[in-house]
Design a protein around this ligand. Structure first.
Ligand code: DAK
Length: 256
């Protein structure tokens, strides 16, 4: 089974990518990351496509996180390497993509899922979505730029609270704090994104690309390296193992 579905909407000059692991709530595994990355490379070269929408299959989850089953046994070295390579392959690629990328958040956007949405340029949420970075509750921290991008988007004070408490918020709260640009009914989610994509037709592709590059440049610093190092070190802690085991066994973790 393909991990992503792909469609083009010629009228809106938009590519629509759906993450297709509904039984795992569209959790991001290595294959999804690779397929997304490869598809973006193709879209980048296709001049008929002016924007991209990323969403999840079904009405329950955008992406419920990185795949916990896949990363539970990583060593420190592997975790650091994958955090850095995942950023290069996907998360930073989206942030710096020369065409606008929207996320249509159709349900849970947790952990790596919210990090994916945070790497897009515009976030549109369904009214039933739930958003959060609950990695600390697994004995981890966000490893795909969440510690960098959440404070950029909602401010350091609110980002501190969200990450340190693993708080999961609803769409209305996400809109109130500026985490998402729009909230609409689930049935209107794609239409709302397509309407935004049509507005890009009023600008030149070069100006959109330059605007994205310039806006991103206000956040240039080395926080991502610090995040990857801190993130990797946590893979050697007993509490991380306990956090993941508790999730698998569907119980609350008992941290030291
Ligand atoms: N990974 C793997 N499987 C997941 C998953 C996830 N993140 N989220 C859900 N699933 C699976 C469940 O295990 C379940 O599978 P089965 O038991 O049916 O086999 C299926 O999806 C349906 O989920 P539930 O039965 O739990 O559904 P509920 O409606 O009861 O609950 C929920 C929905 C979203 C509240 C719950 O599934 C949940 O709490 N999910 C985990 C949410 C979470 O903690 N997400 C953050 C994960 S941490 C890394 C970089 C970054 C990261 C990691 C590594 N490297 C570079 C190495 C990021 C970490 C994260 O994202």
């Amino acid at each position: 089974m393909r991990m992503i579905n792909y469609k083009e909407n010629p009228e809106h000059k938009t590519a629509i990518i759906e993450i297709n692991r509904p039984k795992q709530l569209n959790a991001l595994n290595n294959e999804v990351i690779t397929e997304l990355s490869n598809k973006l490379n193709i879209i980048e070269k296709n001049s008929t496509i002016r924007s991209v929408i990323i969403t999840g299959v079904g009405d329950k989850a955008f992406v419920a996180g990185a795949d916990i089953k896949e990363f539970q046994n990583f060593t420190k070295e592997r975790a650091i390497e994958l955090s850095k390579s995942g950023k290069i392959k996907l998360f930073n690629k989206i942030s710096h993509f020369p065409k606008p990328v929207l996320s249509a958040i159709n349900g849970y956007a947790l952990g790596g899922g919210l990090e994916l949405a945070l790497s897009t340029h515009i976030r549109v949420s369904s009214s039933s979505a739930k958003l959060g970075l609950p990695e600390c509750s697994l004995g981890l921290i966000p490893g795909y730029s969440g510690t960098q991008k959440l404070p950029q988007v909602i401010g350091v004070n609110l980002a501190m609270e969200m990450i340190l408490t693993s708080k999961i918020i609803n769409a209305e709260e996400a809109y109130r704090i500026g985490l998402v640009n729009h909230v609409v009914a689930q049935k209107d989610l794609l239409d709302k994104c397509l309407k935004i994509c049509k507005l890009f037709h009023g600008a030149s592709p070069e100006s959109l690309s330059s605007a994205i590059k310039s806006i991103n440049s206000c956040y240039l610093h080395n926080g991502n390296d610090i995040e990857s190092t801190e993130f990797g070190a946590l893979f050697e802690t007993d509490n991380f193992k306990e956090g993941v085991n508790a999730f698998m066994q569907k119980r609350k973790p008992n941290f030291n």
